[in-house]
Design a protein around this ligand. Structure first.
Ligand code: UD1
Length: 421
C-alpha cells in the first residue's frame, strides 16, 4: 500500500535510462472480477501495487474470496459459493467495480451492486451495460442505492452496442460465458485489456472468438463445472508507458520503456513522432529520443485503436511547452479538462471550449502548487513538473497511487527528482 498525499517534483534536465512498465490497471481489475465465475485458486502475475487493486481485493473478499499478495503475484481463492453483492463503501471508491455484475450474474443468477456515483470527469452512465444484459435475459430493479440484477436463465443473444464501451463489453462478455447458446457482441470495444480478459476467460474454459476485434462471439458453457480456475500474467500498462514517453517529450532525453508493447500504442507513437520524437521498438520495449523542442499538433481521443482518452492529459502537457498551437478534442468524457486549470497555474496557455482545448506552447512551464483531480491528470502534473522551472507540489496525490506503482521511484530511476510526502 502506497500512502502519500503529496508529490514534490524538482524541475531538472533531460531524462536518461530505462524505466520498467507494470501490469495494466485496466486489465487486472477485470481479470480479478472474472475469477468470480468459477471456484478454485487463481494466480495472477505482474499485478501492480496500486490502490485500485487493493479495492478490488476488498470487493472480492466481501463476496467470500480470499486474496493474498506476494510481490507482484496475487492469489485469489474463490469458494464454492459466493455472495453476489458489491457494497456501496467499496463501489463509491472506484467505478470499475461495476464489472463484477456480469460474473456474479453468470455464477449466481443475481447481483446486487451499489449504484456508482459521479466522478471528477463527468457522469458515467451504465445504460449500455443494462440494455445489453437485458438482451441476455436479465431483469433490473433499483432500490436503496443498489441495482438488483436477476436472471432465471442467461440466454445467448445478439447485442449491438451503440458505442464500443469498454465496461459494457466486459460485463456482457463475462455474463455471456455462462449463457445458453451463442452471444454475439457487435461494436464491441477492441482495447488490448479486453483481449487480455478474453484470454483468461478462454483459459478458464470459456469459448470466445474474436478477441481484439469489434465482433465477439461467445459460445456459452451452461454447466457450472465447465469453468475452472487458471493462472495468468497481466499485460503491460500502455497508459503508464505513455506517461514516461510523454515525460521524455517534455523534458528531453533518451529512455527505454522496458516491457511496453508498441502494438498496443501505435497511434500514440505515431503522434509523438509527428511532434518530433524518435521512437523505435523491439521485444524488450519502446525506445524514445527527444533531442529538440517538440512541435505542436492536433489530436482527438477515440476508442481503441485511436488515441486513448487516458493519454490526453499527457499530450496536453506536452503541447503546453511545444512550439506552436495544438487543438485537442475529447470525444469520450465531457468533463475531462479539469487539470487544465492546474496547468495554467504552471504558466500554460490553454483555452477550453466544450470538448476542445486550444494549447499555445509557451516553452518552459513554471513550478507551482497544483492539485490532482484524477489518476492520469495527477500523473500529467508530475511530468509537467519534471521540466518546469523550480518546484511543483502536487496535492491530492493519492489519486495517482490508484493507478501507478511507485511513480516517483520509476521517474527517479531515469533522472527525475520526485519525492512523496
Ligand atoms: C474504461 C477505462 C478508462 C478509459 C475508458 C475509455 C477502466 C477501469 N477504465 O472506462 O480508463 O478512459 O475505458 O477508454 O478500464 N457510456 C455510456 N453508457 C454506458 C457505458 C459508457 O454512455 O453504459 C459512455 C461513458 O460515459 C463514456 C463512454 O461511453 O462517455 C466510454 O465509456 P467506457 O468505454 O464504458 O469506459 P469505462 O469502461 O468506464
Amino acid at each position: 500500500m502506497q500512502s502519500f498525499t503529496h508529490i514534490t517534483v524538482e524541475g531538472g534536465g533531460p531524462l536518461e535510462g530505462t524505466v520498467p512498465v507494470g501490469g495494466a490497471k485496466n486489465s487486472v481489475l477485470k481479470l480479478m472480477a472474472a475469477t468470480l465465475l468459477a471456484e478454485g485458486r487463481y494466480v495472477l502475475s505482474n499485478v501492480p501495487r496500486i490502490t485500485d487493486v487493493d479495492l478490488m481485493s476488498e470487493l472480492l473478499r466481501a463476496t467470500g474470496c480470499t486474496v493474498a499478495r506476494d510481490g507482484l503475484l496475487l492469489t485469489i481463492d474463490v469458494p464454492s459459493e459466493i455472495e453476489p453483492v458489491a457494497p456501496y463503501e467499496i463501489v463509491e471508491q472506484f467505478r470499475a467495480s461495476i464489472v463484477v455484475m456480469g460474473p456474479m450474474l453468470a455464477r449466481c443468477g443475481e447481483a446486487r451492486v451499489a449504484l456508482p456515483g459521479g466522478d471528477d470527469f463527468g457522469p458515467r452512465p451504465i445504460d449500455m451495460h443494462v440494455r445489453g444484459l437485458q438482451e441476455l435475459g436479465v431483469e433490473f430493479e433499483t432500490a436503496h442505492g443498489y441495482i438488483h440484477a436477476r436472471t432465471g436463465n442467461l440466454q445467448g443473444a445478439r447485442v449491438l452496442l451503440e458505442f464500443p464501451s469498454v465496461g459494457a463489453t466486459e460485463n456482457l462478455l463475462m455474463a455471456a460465458v455462462r449463457a445458453k447458446g451463442i452471444t454475439v457482441i457487435d461494436n464491441a470495444a477492441r482495447e488490448p485489456e479486453i483481449a487480455d480478459l478474453c484470454e483468461l476467460l478462454n483459459k478458464m474454459g470459456a469459448r470466445i472468438v474474436g478477441a481484439g476485434s469489434s465482433t465477439l462471439t461467445i459460445d456459452g458453457v451452461d454447466s457450472t463445472d465447465a469453468l475452472h480456475a487458471a493462472t495468468h500474467t497481466v499485460i503491460p500498462d500502455r497508459i503508464e508507458a505513455a506517461t514516461y514517453l510523454c515525460a521524455v517529450g517534455i523534458s528531453g532525453g533518451e529512455i527505454t520503456v522496458a516491457g511496453a508493447r508498441h502494438e498496443h500504442m501505435t497511434m500514440l507513437c505515431q503522434k509523438l513522432g509527428e511532434m518530433g520524437m524518435r521512437i523505435s521498438h523491439d521485444r524488450e520495449g519502446i525506445w524514445a529520443l527527444a533531442n529538440r523542442r517538440m512541435m505542436s499538433t492536433d489530436c482527438q481521443s477515440l476508442p481503441y485503436p485511436g488515441i486513448a482518452t487516458d493519454f490526453k492529459p499527457f499530450l496536453v502537457t506536452m503541447l503546453a511547452s511545444s512550439d506552436g498551437v495544438g487543438i485537442v478534442t475529447e470525444n469520450l468524457f465531457s468533463g475531462r479538462f479539469r487539470y487544465v486549470d492546474e496547468l495554467r497555474r504552471m504558466g500554460a496557455d490553454i483555452r477550453t471550449d466544450s470538448h476542445h482545448a486550444i494549447i499555445r506552447g509557451v516553452g518552459k512551464l513554471s513550478g507551482a502548487p497544483v492539485r490532482a483531480h484524477d489518476i492520469r491528470a495527477g500523473a500529467a502534473l508530475v511530468i509537467a513538473g519534471l521540466a518546469a522551472e523550480g518546484e511543483t507540489v502536487v496535492s491530492d496525490a493519492e489519486h495517482i497511487a490508484r493507478g501507478y506503482d511507485d511513480i516517483a521511484g520509476k521517474l527517479n530511476g531515469i533522472g527525475g527528482k520526485v519525492s512523496y510526502r
